[in-house]
Design a protein around this ligand. Structure first.
Ligand code: SDX
Length: 393
């Protein structure tokens, strides 16, 4: 029986942080980007450039700043041709998140700096990442389906460009669909930042050692991939397909609640929100709009709505404050837009790159920032003497 042994390591934990970027009130279902309610940002004319500038620089841009920032992003959407070679090395059925971990991390081989704490170096790294990650994501998709790479076309907005690089065909003229482009832009804004979630904390911890920011964002992508986090949108779709039909919902929920072997309802619950995730409400509206616009009748949406209705009236979920989160509807919407399930978390990473960069930059430029070293509770063996091998039983 090991004795509990505690000691004071003599340093304060640097695991938590102070930030001015995003505020969440989990009880009231409030999400603010630099003080602006997420609902206002997505219901207004706020576009990708606006939201990215706001998160990265702290204020909404004025006309000139908006134009200059959009131009700056567009001038960095291309990636080094040598980096495109990397995509040829992956197995044809490689998961796009595995590819993204590799190629985003590889950006650190193309951009080096003696000092990531230099404001100009920090800013340009964020701009490059925000501009290039959508291009890399589209290339990952195109190579996975054996289609030629489509280079970004800077006449398009960031959201339109992403859809263009994903779905245009060299043999046909690409006709951007404004409804889908706006839906994509809102989805990107919704997922941009979410204070100190697991992947953002990963980026901050990696960045606290003054590591290359491109490698830090790759670390964030690795963490986001897990089904408990960004991988949940993919897991929701698999869950809904496993349930298959409304008539099996009650049986499935009974299995979720089974005290002998409980498991999680994907797309439900949240570390912070103990009320409805405000993003889930918006995602549900967008999903209805997109399916209506595309005239898609998806029985999985009806199934999801019925599952939500039943779960929200079930004592087990009510008692545990379990509500739909942002991932509950996003997969249904993305699939209707033609985005394959394997790319759902990649799209989450494309959007979250903005928040990861804003959080990394805030940490990197913070005066006196120290290397992160979260505290532990030691419950291992107390000090004891070494026993030579020939003396051991
Ligand atoms: C994201 O942090 C962020 O901000 C993340 C994110 C972001 O934008 O970055 O919002 C994105 O990751 C959203 C979450 C996506 N994950 C899922 O949808 C996966 C399913 N959800 C769960 O795995 C879970 O709800 C978590 C991981 C999201 C939160 O887990 P917690 O904090 O450990 O849950 P908890 O400790 O508050 O659980 C309390 C109780 C437990 O039961 P009891 O031990 O009290 O009996 O609720 C149960 C849990 O077992 N529970 C669930 C459940 N989630 C928690 N039971 C059934 N289904 C669930 N989904």
């Amino acid at each position: 029986q090991t004795k509990m042994c505690t000691y004071d390591p003599g340093y304060t934990s640097t695991g938590s942080c102070e930030s001015t970027i995003t505020f969440i009130d989990g009880g009231k279902g409030i999400l603010l980007y630099r003080g602006y309610p997420i609902e206002q940002l997505v219901e207004s004319t706020c576009d990708f450039t606006d939201a990215a500038y706001l998160l990265l620089n702290g204020e909404l841009p004025d006309g000139n700043q908006h134009k200059a920032f959009e131009q700056e992003l567009k001038s960095h959407t291309m990636v080094h041709e040598k980096l495109i070679e990397f995509f040829k090395g992956f197995k044809s059925d490689a998961h796009p998140m595995a590819i993204m971990v590799g190629v985003v991390g590889a950006l650190s081989a193309f951009y080096e700096s003696k000092n990531w704490r230099d404001p100009a170096q920090a800013q340009i790294s964020c701009v490059r990442l925000i501009a290039k990650v959508p291009t890399l994501a589209a290339i990952a998709y195109r190579t996975s389906v054996g289609q030629p790479i489509v280079y970004p076309k800077n006449e398009y907005s960031m959201a339109q460009n992403f859809l263009y690089m994903m779905f245009s065909s060299p043999s046909e003229e690409f006709k951007p669909d404004p409804i889908l482009a706006r839906a994509m832009e809102v989805i990107m804004i919704l997922h941009m930042d979410h204070e100190q979630n697991a992947s953002t904390s990963t980026v901050r911890v990696a960045g606290s050692s003054q590591a290359n920011p491109y490698a830090c964002i790759a670390a964030g992508i690795s963490c986001l991939w897990g089904p408990s986090h960004g991988g949940a949108n993919e897991a929701v779709l698999s869950m809904l397909e496993e349930i298959g039909n409304v008539k099996y919902i009650t049986e499935y929920i009974a299995k979720v609640k089974d005290p002998k072997d409980p498991f999680r309802l994907m797309g439900f619950g949240h570390r912070v929100y103990k009320s409805y995730d405000p993003r889930a409400k918006i995602m549900r509206q967008i999903t209805h709009q997109v399916l209506e616009h595309l005239k898609v009748v998806d029985p999985v949406l009806d199934l999801a709505m019925e599952l939500e209705r039943i779960a929200l009236t079930d004592e087990y979920f009510i008692k545990r404050n379990l509500y739909p989160n942002v991932d509950f509807y996003s997969g249904i919407c993305l699939r209707a837009m033609g985005i394959p399930v394997s790319m759902f978390t990649v799209l989450f990473a494309v959007s979250r790159t903005v928040g990861w960069c804003a959080q990394w930059k805030e940490m990197a430029l913070e005066k006196g920032n120290r290397i992160s070293r979260p505290r532990q509770i030691y419950s291992g063996a107390a000090t004891r003497a070494y026993v030579p091998l020939d003396k051991r039983a």
